[in-house]
Write a protein that binds this ligand. Structure first.
Ligand code: TXA
Ligand code: MG
Length: 376
């Protein structure tokens, strides 16, 4: 197969995705960054100083890379919205290094304390009633503020050194797939007024944090993520965790303003395919009647993967194993970005059952596909 002739350098890395002994795809270890350090790689101390000076810097977290600014500095936060081209009605998550830094909310309830104890530092954002201190732009004018303590050691080091609450959306151009490697950030934002990026290995989780709102002992999931409904139930009890209505039906307006936007999307149309391996292959072959080159995101167990890999008209990327949805999440945005940089004119992706972590995976995949799905 002559796949390489169509492949940008990054895609080759993703396509091969060799695994190290511990099973981690080696591409998730540190990738070589193509830009020179002068194009904006920052050390943690310098990035912390930049944050204190009202500049914006990108940094790795365990979910995706964030684009940070001092959440108490209106002018600094405005730079985030400008760099990303983000709608101003979409609030940002505030990142802190420890729970005692959360001095800007009305109350940290018992339920919030319990969730924090179990899941922080980690991929959970909790919406609190705002008291004072976090600027209006971060909250998009709401009287609430979403807060997270990330688990990534570099993020924690940076937050400690900066010693200010840091508002940080994903470090991508609004609407694009979130960045899970340093190179993704540079591809999107290198020339958009950011001070630079703190380099780091590719993100372990790969999809953004779970966002929850609390009412007494009840938890509402506004955005699904690595911390699943079942995991939250272990803290607040079965029956006390609900999905925001928009996650159950498309007709409802989401409580997290960001969830209403088209998101995570490649430029190239993406179709999700639900059914047997046979049906998946037939759908791809059908697509090849109208497209010269298509992208295929398949799982390791797919019975036809060798055919995809051999076919010159197909750029086939292995998302990982069906039995390891965490790996699928890790790889999703990276695969979408790689295919978007190639010459394919249509992408097909396998799907997984929307259960457990599969719910977060399918939420992002379907958004990237603008809900385009065919079922056997
Ligand atoms: O994993 C993550 O959460 C990453 C990393 C960088 O921490 N950040 C991230 O931020 O995904 P962003 O801006 O791409 O998504 C934030 C989501 C949006 O859907 C937004 O609407 C919601 O959180 N959100 C923020 N503040 C909120 C609030 N006060 N009430 C309801 N939803 C809120
Ligand atoms: Mg985002």
């Amino acid at each position: 197969m002559t796949q390489a002739k169509h492949l940008p350098s990054q895609l080759k890395q993703v396509a091969k995705r060799p695994r190290s002994e511990d099973g981690t795809p080696t591409s998730l270890k540190r990738q070589k960054v193509e830009h020179s350090p002068s194009a904006g790689i920052l050390s943690v101390p310098l990035a912390a100083t930049k944050l204190q000076q009202g500049e914006v810097v990108a940094f790795p977290t365990e979910t995706v890379f964030g684009l940070g600014a001092d959440a108490t500095n209106d002018a600094a936060v405005a730079k985030i919205f400008r760099a990303k081209g983000r709608p101003s009605d979409n609030p940002l998550i505030v990142h802190v290094a420890s729970i005692d830094q959360i001095t800007f909310v009305e109350e940290i309830s018992d339920t919030a304390q319990k969730l924090a104890q179990k899941f922080w530092p980690g991929p959970l954002s909790i919406v609190f009633k705002h008291r004072s201190g976090i600027c209006d732009k971060v909250r998009a004018g709401l009287d609430t503020v979403a807060v997270r303590i990330p688990a990534h050691p570099v993020a924690l080091e940076l937050l400690k050194a900066a010693n200010v609450p840091v508002s940080a959306p994903s470090a991508n151009i609004s609407g694009k797939p979130s960045p899970t490697c340093t190179q993704h950030v540079l591809d999107d934002l290198a020339n958009r007024g950011i001070s630079g990026v703190v380099d780091g290995a590719c993100c372990e989780v790969g999809v953004e944090s779970t966002v929850v709102k609390l009412t007494g002992n009840k938890v509402t999931i506004l955005r699904p993520g690595k911390v699943t409904k079942q995991m939250l139930e272990t803290v607040v009890g079965t029956g006390n965790v609900h999905l925001d209505a928009h996650l159950k039906t498309e007709d409802e307006t989401p409580l997290a303003p960001g969830m209403k936007y088209r998101h995570y999307a490649p430029e190239v149309p993406l179709l999700c395919v639900e059914g047997s391996d046979e049906f998946f292959r037939d759908t791809v072959l059908e697509g090849l009647k109208t497209h010269k080159l298509v992208g295929v995101m398949y799982t390791s167990e797919n019975e036809h993967k060798k055919e995809f890999e051999r076919d010159d008209r197909i750029l086939a990327l292995n998302l990982g194993s069906r039995n390891d949805v965490a790996a699928l999440c890790q790889n999703l945005f990276s695969c979408l970005r790689s295919l978007d940089q190639s010459k394919v004119t249509q992408i097909f992706s396998e799907t997984v059952p929307a259960e457990g972590l599969g719910f977060a995976f399918m939420n992002r995949l379907l958004k990237a596909a603008s809900n385009q799905i065919v079922t056997e």
